[in-house]
Ligand binder design. Structure first.
Ligand SMILES: *Cc1c(COP(=O)(O)O)cnc(C)c1O
Length: 404
């Protein structure tokens, strides 16, 4: 008889965003006339830029003629996209990464979940606390962790690295030695960034202890400060210890279109085995990687028009971030992030728990945010607001919070 993967049963019952959706639905049912504004879920709202729409139309038309039709995409992705990435995201920033080290995919979420499959089950993972939930959840499902510890609100067998106000939400090197280290900067949910010298310490540490860093740079387009690296490969020695995840979701509005990529340098080895050759065997190569049409849309992200249009989009979101940051600070809140990321991380007032503040915000301001505790135990007492709303909604939500 068929049996389930018991590891899936280790995950706690309620997923953060479904718990939020339920509370919001209950509120709307009881208060049908009220306009609820969401500064909660990390999804973009601006339409695709004209340069991208144009590329999509053109690629669709190509599919209608036998001479320009495209079937299965090549394994790593189309050369036109991989070389645009290698040039713009890496060579132009002084990083030694070539097109054949880039694996195009249908998004960073899938890659961040799937990448753990190339590593043995007895590797120990280290994650930031709080953290984007995908890294831990996929390791739980694979069986790389112990059981869920309800009291500590985390999983046994995982090294959690506290990210607190005291360390500027950038973790210290762990005292227990990990094998796989997940880092995400600029960070979701705290909005914090890591400087190049801080990141260099992590690279040196990983090389010293023989660990691999999985570096999620989904928010690199939001970096505004000079000293913040856009890629881990800006650090010396990173080719020998780091995998980088990137996405077109937050910089170009592809959350529904789906496109991302993962960089696995050819120098990256585990003993004699090249991780590049292992990742080349991943499931989801040409079959559910990104379609031709979407890869052409991705190429347009790097065209001069595309770059200018997307710079403007990102700047628009960052104006929201600035407004929330300044407005809440002015109202007496302790606020963090918002400078190199579209996320504002705030301390809940009056010693409220994250969920108490969620309820209060919904009831009194009709604004939805995300309780920090949903991202890990160190997120308790914090709250995340996102800058992805429209300008109008963001300013209205801010005004309501300030009136609370
Ligand atoms: C949004 C996000 C991603 C992007 O995921 P996609 O699957 O490319 O949409 C990756 N990492 C983090 C931390 C994110 O917040």
């Amino acid at each position: 008889m068929v049996r389930i993967n018991e590891n899936y049963a280790k995950l706690p019952g309620s997923y953060l965003f479904s718990a939020i959706a339920k509370k919001v639905a209950d509120f709307k049912e009881k208060h049908p006339g009220e306009q609820v504004i969401s500064l909660g879920i990390g999804d973009v709202t601006k339409p695709l830029a004209p340069a991208i729409i144009e590329a999509l139309h053109k690629a669709v038309d190509e599919m209608s003629a036998a001479e320009t039709f495209h079937g299965y995409a090549p394994d790593l992705g189309y050369e036109f996209l991989r070389s645009a990435i290698a040039q713009n995201d890496y060579k132009d920033r002084g990083c030694d990464i070539s097109a054949d080290e880039i694996f195009v995919s249908d998004g960073a979420k899938c890659d961040s979940g799937n990448i753990q499959e190339i590593f043995a089950l007895d590797n120990k993972i280290a994650v930031c606390d709080p953290v984007y939930p995908v890294y831990v959840d996929t390791n739980v499902m694979a069986g790389r962790t112990g059981a869920y510890n309800a009291e500590k609100e985390n999983f046994d067998g995982v090294i959690y690295m506290p990210c607190t106000k005291e360390n500027g939400f950038v973790p210290e090197l762990p005292s227990e030695k990990p094998d796989i280290i997940y880092l995400c900067f600029p960070n979701n949910p705290t909005g914090s960034a890591i400087t190049k010298s801080q990141l260099q310490e992590w690279v040196d540490y990983a090389n010293k202890v023989g660990a691999v860093i999985i570096y999620d740079a989904a928010y690199e387009a939001y970096i505004s400060q000079e000293e913040i690296p856009h890629s881990i490969y800006e650090c010396e020695g990173a080719r020998g210890c780091a995998i980088e995840l990137r996405s077109f979701s937050k910089n170009a509005g592809f959350t529904g279109v789906r496109l991302g990529f993962t960089v696995v340098p050819k120098d990256l080895k585990c003993g004699e085995v090249s991780l590049h050759s292992l990742w080349a065997r991943r499931h989801g190569t040409k079959y559910n990687g990104a379609p031709y049409i979407i890869q052409r849309a991705g190429e347009a992200v790097y065209s001069p028009e595309g770059k200018a249009q997307l710079k403007e989009q990102v700047a628009g979101y960052m104006e929201n971030a600035r407004a929330i940051y300044d407005g809440l600070k002015d109202a007496g809140y302790q606020v963090f992030g918002g400078l190199n990321a579209p996320y504002i991380w705030l301390r809940t007032p009056d010693g409220m728990t994250s969920w108490e503040f969620f309820d209060s915000l919904l009831a009194r301001a009709h604004v939805v945010g995300t309780p920090g505790s949903g991202f890990g135990s160190c997120g308790e007492g914090y709250f995340r607001l996102t800058a992805f709303g429209t300008k109008e909604n963001t300013l209205e939500a801010l005004a309501r919070i300030r009136r609370m």
